[in-house]
Design a protein around this ligand. Structure first.
Ligand SMILES: *Cc1c(COP(=O)(O)O)cnc(C)c1O
Length: 489
């Protein structure tokens, strides 16, 4: 692989003539850059697969048990000099161990064919049954290692409407140098998700239930990190580059599992999307030279991304996000789009910043007014789709029927599968599975008239969660600030 000695990380909002260069370590340990931007690699330093690389990667990807090796090979290209390949290999072996990914026979990211040319890649076989484990498990280990080297402690503040909370807590639980404060809305999470978080409360994991909705939780995070006293707070949502980079390897593995010996065959990926972190990782895989045709950004009724990729218009919908059966995709603003815009405008941060400013002041902005077209979006590989809760539910049923009951999709994955089954397919498509259906029993009950069988490790989950697992606050920043101060002192 052709990579540089060191990748330069830049901030999407740095408009200086010679922008500040950040390291991988900065990109993992800081939430936002000091100017409020997101850190990302300088496009000129993105590593490229050479012609000889794909066959040797194939050998590794085909050795299913070698996902940690594949992970280390790819991520080290972005992580030098903070991490060597051997360090990442050790870290990945622990993150993707049999203990963390039980019942996977050594391949934590298996691909299955649903019907001819349509595949699903399972990414939720980890500790919390959501694909977020794929990135958070290694990220927690990276953070701990970097902090231990510098004898530093890190406070992390996050907000969750479901899967981020438990995946981050499972990854950071018990770490000596990290405290995690996780905000969640009082109502809205499934009982399964709430119990998962409740079980992890205690020690360095502080669960806080906010008397408000998810937007209120996110507003609180913004307010706190905007305070001088808390400007060193870190993040575990997908504004953290460590999340994005850790999602590239499974695209590579999925690709080789789907094409077999036919290296070079072009494959589409269909990605159930919310904050646009997962799909962005696919964009990097394609930029590196993996033969991906389209990255299809699949949305539910909260379709700001679908509108953007279809029309070039980025529009804030009136009011709050609609409530759907795929709650992890119920967003009105996709944070990671900022990273894509930066590349779309050829790293001209003045233009991408103006674009975002117009969005925040007027709620509507069009790439055509900034010298770009929807063809430009196609040219870098993006397509999009939309499915309603009704269509997601019908897709769960269809896939259940055509696979004789062997595959039960979760409602998020079904939003992606809807796009895969919508028209004739002349090339292979891989739908990324983002959660196990057991997390959404009520929706599966509605679609199939029964609930999916729980893996034994989740049996009776709800009974284990202590009642006092969550602290409760009103959506007032000072209440939260007090709690954080108390734990930090
Ligand atoms: C987080 C999540 C998504 C959205 O992923 P993004 O990277 O934010 O686009 C989709 N489905 C499930 C189940 C999730 O937990």
């Amino acid at each position: 692989m052709r990579g540089k000695e060191m990748i330069n990380y830049l901030s999407t909002r740095d408009t200086a003539a010679s922008p500040t260069e950040y390291s991988f370590e900065d990109a993992v340990l800081t939430g936002l850059a000091p100017d409020g931007g997101l850190l990302l690699p300088d496009v000129r330093t993105i590593p490229q697969f050479g012609t000889g690389d794909l066959p040797s990667l194939k050998d590794i990807a085909h050795l299913a048990s070698d996902y940690p090796t594949l992970y280390a090979l790819i991520v080290t290209q972005f992580a030098r000099p903070s991490f060597s390949k051997d360090e990442l290999q050790n870290l990945a072996e622990s993150a993707f161990s049999d203990q963390n990914f039980p019942d996977t026979n050594g391949n934590p990211v298996p691909v299955e064919e649903v019907i001819k040319n349509v595949f699903v890649q399972n990414l939720s076989l980890g500790p919390t049954a959501a694909f977020k484990d794929m990135a958070l498990q290694p990220l927690g280990r990276m953070m701990e290692e970097l902090l231990a080297r510098r004898d530093r402690k890190l406070t992390i503040l996050g907000a969750t409407s479901g899967d981020t909370g438990s995946a981050a807590e499972a990854a950071l639980k018990g770490l000596a140098n990290v405290n995690l404060f996780m905000l969640s809305p009082k109502d809205g999470m499934s009982p399964f998700q709430r119990a998962q978080m409740g079980m992890l409360s205690g020690g360095n994991i502080i669960n806080i239930s906010v008397n408000g909705d998810f937007d209120a939780c996110q507003d609180l995070v913004k307010e706190i990190v905007g305070m001088d006293e808390f400007k060193d707070i870190g993040a575990v949502n997908s504004i953290n580059w460590g999340r994005i980079v850790s999602q590239i390897p499974y695209y590579v593995s999925g690709y080789f599992q789907a094409v077999g010996e036919n290296i070079g065959e072009v494959v589409d990926f269909i990605v159930p999307s919310g904050n646009f972190g997962n799909a962005l990782a696919g964009f990097y895989a394609k930029q590196m030279g993996l033969p991906i045709g389209n990255i299809v950004v699949a949305t539910n009724e909260n379709d700001v991304l679908n509108t953007f990729f279809e029309t070039g218009k980025y529009k804030r919908p009136p009011g709050r996000a609609q409530i759907t059966t795929s709650p992890s995709m119920d967003i009105t603003k996709a944070s990671n789009l900022e990273r894509l815009l930066y590349y779309l405008f050829a790293q001209d941060s003045t233009r991408s910043t103006q674009f975002l400013q117009q969005f925040s002041s007027t709620g509507q902005v069009d790439i055509q007014d900034f010298g770009r077209t929807t063809e430009d979006l196609r040219a870098i590989g993006f397509a999009s789709s939309r499915a309603t809760s009704q269509q997601s539910s019908e897709t769960i049923k269809t896939v259940y029927d055509i696979t004789d009951g062997t595959i039960i999709l979760d409602p998020h994955t079904a939003v992606g599968m809807h796009a895969a089954l919508a028209g004739p397919r002349d090339r292979k498509a891989i739908v990324l599975e983002t959660a196990l259906p057991v997390k959404f029993e009520a929706t599966i009950q509605d679609a199939l008239g029964m609930v999916p069988q729980r893996p034994p490790r989740f049996a009776n989950l709800e009974q284990h969660s202590p009642d006092d697992a969550f602290m409760s606050i009103e959506p007032v920043a000072e209440e939260l600030a007090k709690i954080i101060r108390r734990f930090r002192s």
